[in-house]
Write a protein that binds this ligand. Structure first.
Ligand SMILES: [Zn+2]
Length: 497
């Protein structure tokens, strides 16, 4: 439960504030953060659908822009396809429709009684929307590679417990759908997708990812194989940031995506698709870096990077406010998202408000700072204060902003490195999962034969075989602890969101 604590703030006024125990009571922390930092509103009235409020949406848009720029840098162009997919298109790839059928929302009529000739699915993902058109657009080897993406919402009727950002029935993502002449090029694209994810997550969101090839029983319906970029939340659970799928020619055969090669022969194309889940990554971002006082946002992603709070003594209000306004102009000109909090609230209330929202830097200006031509810079991550001369302000903000992001990365990396433990026996796997960590085990196989072993682990612990590290060729050290057969891979096991 939330503890009500009275804190004495620097200016000796009493402020009633709230403090949440993130590690000991994560569920309450997450619920309260959503409310108090005004991230989402869950009173929309439909289970699994939440409203993203402004503070969330500004960061989401920054995230979209960064990823879109990187995709375009790697040769993708944007498109926008309709959200409704005709049933006849959705059912063309048998495995695909079987995998998604239970989760599809259907539109079947307009008004009271105008029943559609054909039901329309609200896209759960867009292969079935896009590939019939790809079949018309792609003609010759000269059209390849063909790389397109769209930034949209998708809908899946998830029956598990829903939670804002982490599990919902509507989520925001980017989906890139690429077409190639050869399987080799398609497989290289899967690697490129994961490199894009890694750059984005590690570079901007400031937490580590692990890239895993999914077991055959957990791949994208209709794919040849699936690779996921995952992170580990502080409670030891995996969260999937993005997946990339090698589709081979499975979908090309179903949707007729063909090209004429250099010898004038018709070939089925090789395809990939890539889905970074932006709303889920945002959830990971706030959980990964937040503390008992609220969010802490990496400098590049904060809607407000620097908040300026005046702390005037009686009679000096004008001079302090004038100084704050000057600094706001200087920092805005230098390219920062800066906000001068000139409301009538007391300084302590302002501190609380902006700390809860994770603003990385705060500048405090009082009478002394005006007289001395200085400013106090407060860092949200360390809760530290530094006095700096005004002529060094822009440089100091730049350095402090970088330092906040670097410190967030350091903390996340340290936790990540302590998240994995090797297990040799079934009991050890159970122990590790119960300690909120991920287990590393020698495992028989990620082919369908291994499913029975995976199910035994799942039944006992609730944890899944998340996969095998991509490209690392880790050597198993023993027999599979579940079936006793020789192990072929090192698998990562953990609970997931
Ligand atoms: Zn086994």
């Amino acid at each position: 439960m939330a503890k009500k604590v009275k804190k004495m703030k620097a200016e000796q006024e009493e402020v009633v504030t709230f403090h949440y125990d993130k590690v000991g009571d994560f569920s309450n922390w997450f619920t309260e953060i959503n409310k108090r930092a005004e991230l989402t509103d869950q009173r929309y009235g439909v289970k699994g659908l939440v409203v993203f409020r402004a503070w969330t949406t500004v960061t989401l848009k920054i995230m979209y822009r960064l990823l879109e720029e990187d995709l375009e840098h790697h040769g993708h162009l944007p498109v926008i396809f309709p959200a409704l997919v005709p049933e006849s298109n959705l059912i063309k790839e048998a495995e695909h429709v079987e995998g998604f059928a239970p989760e599809v929302f259907w539109c079947t009529r307009s008004g009271a009684d105008n029943i559609f000739d054909e039901p329309l699915a609200l896209r759960p993902t867009s292969e079935s929307a896009m590939y019939p058109l790809y079949a018309l657009w792609i003609r010759s080897w000269r059209d390849l590679p063909f790389k397109r993406y769209q930034s949209v919402a998708i809908w899946r009727y998830d029956t598990k417990m829903t939670r804002p950002f982490l599990r919902g029935r509507e989520f925001y993502w980017i989906e890139a759908h690429d077409v190639f002449a050869t399987a080799k090029e398609a497989e290289e694209q899967v690697l490129e997708d994961l490199a894009i994810t890694k750059n984005f997550v590690q570079g901007h969101l400031a937490f580590p990812i692990i890239v895993l090839i999914r077991p055959q029983w957990d791949k994208f319906p209709g794919a040849v194989y699936t690779v996921a970029g995952e992170s580990i939340l502080p409670d030891g659970r995996f969260i999937q940031n993005s997946t990339s799928h090698m589709l081979g020619d499975n979908f090309a055969r179903a949707y007729g995506v063909k090209y004429v090669d250099e010898n004038e022969e018709e070939q089925y194309a090789q395809q990939t698709c890539f889905g970074p889940g932006l709303s889920r990554m945002y959830g990971a971002l706030i959980i990964m870096h937040g503390d008992d006082d609220g969010l802490i946002l990496p400098f590049d992603l904060a809607p407000v990077q620097v908040v300026i709070v005046p702390i005037p003594k009686k009679g000096a209000k004008k001079a302090v406010e004038a100084r704050c306004l000057d600094l706001e102009v200087i920092l805005r000109k230098a390219g920062y998202r800066v906000h001068f909090d000139n409301t009538e609230k007391r300084p302590g209330e302002k501190y609380y408000h902006w700390e809860m929202r994770g603003v990385p830097l705060r500048i405090e200006i009082g009478n002394r700072e005006v007289q001395d031509n200085t400013a106090i810079i407060f860092r949200r991550d360390l809760r530290s204060r530094n006095t700096i001369p005004l002529d060094k302000l822009v440089k100091a903000v730049k350095q402090a902003g970088k330092a906040v992001t670097k410190e967030l990365w350091r903390r996340a990396k340290e936790r990540f490195d302590n998240s994995f433990k090797n297990a040799d026996t079934f009991d050890e796997i159970c122990d590790i999962i119960n300690q909120n960590k991920a287990a590393r085990i020698s495992f028989c196989t990620l082919e369908m034969k291994g499913l029975a072993c995976a199910e035994k682990i799942k039944d006992a612990t609730g944890a899944d075989i998340r996969g095998v590290k991509l490209g690392e060729n880790e050597k198993p050290w023993g027999l599979c602890p579940m079936c006793g057969e020789p192990a072929t891979v090192v698998a990562y096991v953990g609970k997931q969101y």
